[in-house]
Design a protein. Structure first.
Length: 250
């Protein structure tokens, strides 16, 4: 968690708590109940009021990942949930060879090992990189820029400890940075409207993170695969940011 005043409620199918499954019983910021096939998260503001943003996650999608990605997810989440730190796992998609498993022992960052850098800048390589976000945040700007700048990255996965994941595959590397800057300006203008002004800073940051990668995908700059179901707020912000992204290259 980034702040102690943010609380997340999670339900999944069955009627039995999965508190131990997702958080190994360690993180008291989570309250988990089983209710349906999808995980439903409500961001709770201080004082217990439900914030206007709700998140749904389809846990079944993670079960359909291929073996290499499943192994990588198990590594970053398994270790991350035990320690609360970020972990990195990289493999060659052409040979399935594991290239790196790494952590800096930090809860909000993980660096790229020097021995992996050479491969990531080689455009002939097809490397898949996984890392976790202990605070369940969507892909950051630096995550998106890494996909843009490293020509050897075939795909990047970001896994939240709540079960969410985002897979980013670059389609137009040269335009991603320009589009991202244009979308940030559009989001700043939108933040002043009554529709989004009621969100807290943390809620708004989460909304922008999801909308940013959704808009980049919709505009054709990346291919996004995620098990996070888009809320109405995310859909509206994605539309605004998609227009800005497309206009940025005209």
């Amino acid at each position: 968690m980034l702040e102690s005043d943010l609380c997340i409620t999670i339900w999944v199918k069955g009627g039995k708590s999965i508190y131990e499954v997702l958080n190994a019983g360690k993180d008291k910021a989570y309250h988990l109940k089983r209710l349906g096939d999808a995980v439903h998260l409500e961001f709770m503001s201080e004082g217990g009021k439900v914030a206007p943003m709700k998140i749904d996650i389809d846990l079944r999608m993670a079960a359909r990942l291929n073996k290499n990605d499943g192994d990588a997810r198990a590594y970053v989440l398994g270790n991350g949930r035990k320690t609360g730190h970020e972990y990195l796992y990289a493999y060659d998609s052409l040979t399935a060879k594991v290239l790196a498993t790494h952590t800096d022992g930090k809860y909000n960052a993980v660096s790229t090992p020097d021995y992996l850098e050479h491969g990531l800048i080689d455009k002939e390589r097809k490397i898949v990189v996984h890392h976790n976000h202990p605070n369940n945040a969507p892909p950051s700007i630096s995550d998106v820029m890494s996909v843009s700048s490293y020509s050897g990255i075939d795909a990047a996965f970001i896994h939240g400890h709540d079960g969410s994941f985002y897979k980013i595959q670059p389609l137009q590397r040269g335009n991603i940075e320009k589009a991202t800057k244009a979308m940030s300006k559009a989001a700043k203008i939108a933040s002043r409207t009554s529709e989004f002004a009621s969100l807290s800073d943390l809620e708004y940051a989460w909304l922008i993170g999801v909308s940013r990668v959704s808009a980049l995908s919709k505009a054709g700059f990346i291919k996004l695969t995620s098990n996070v179901v888009m809320s109405e707020n995310i859909k509206k912000m994605t539309e605004l940011m998609t227009v800005a992204a497309i206009q940025s290259i005209k």
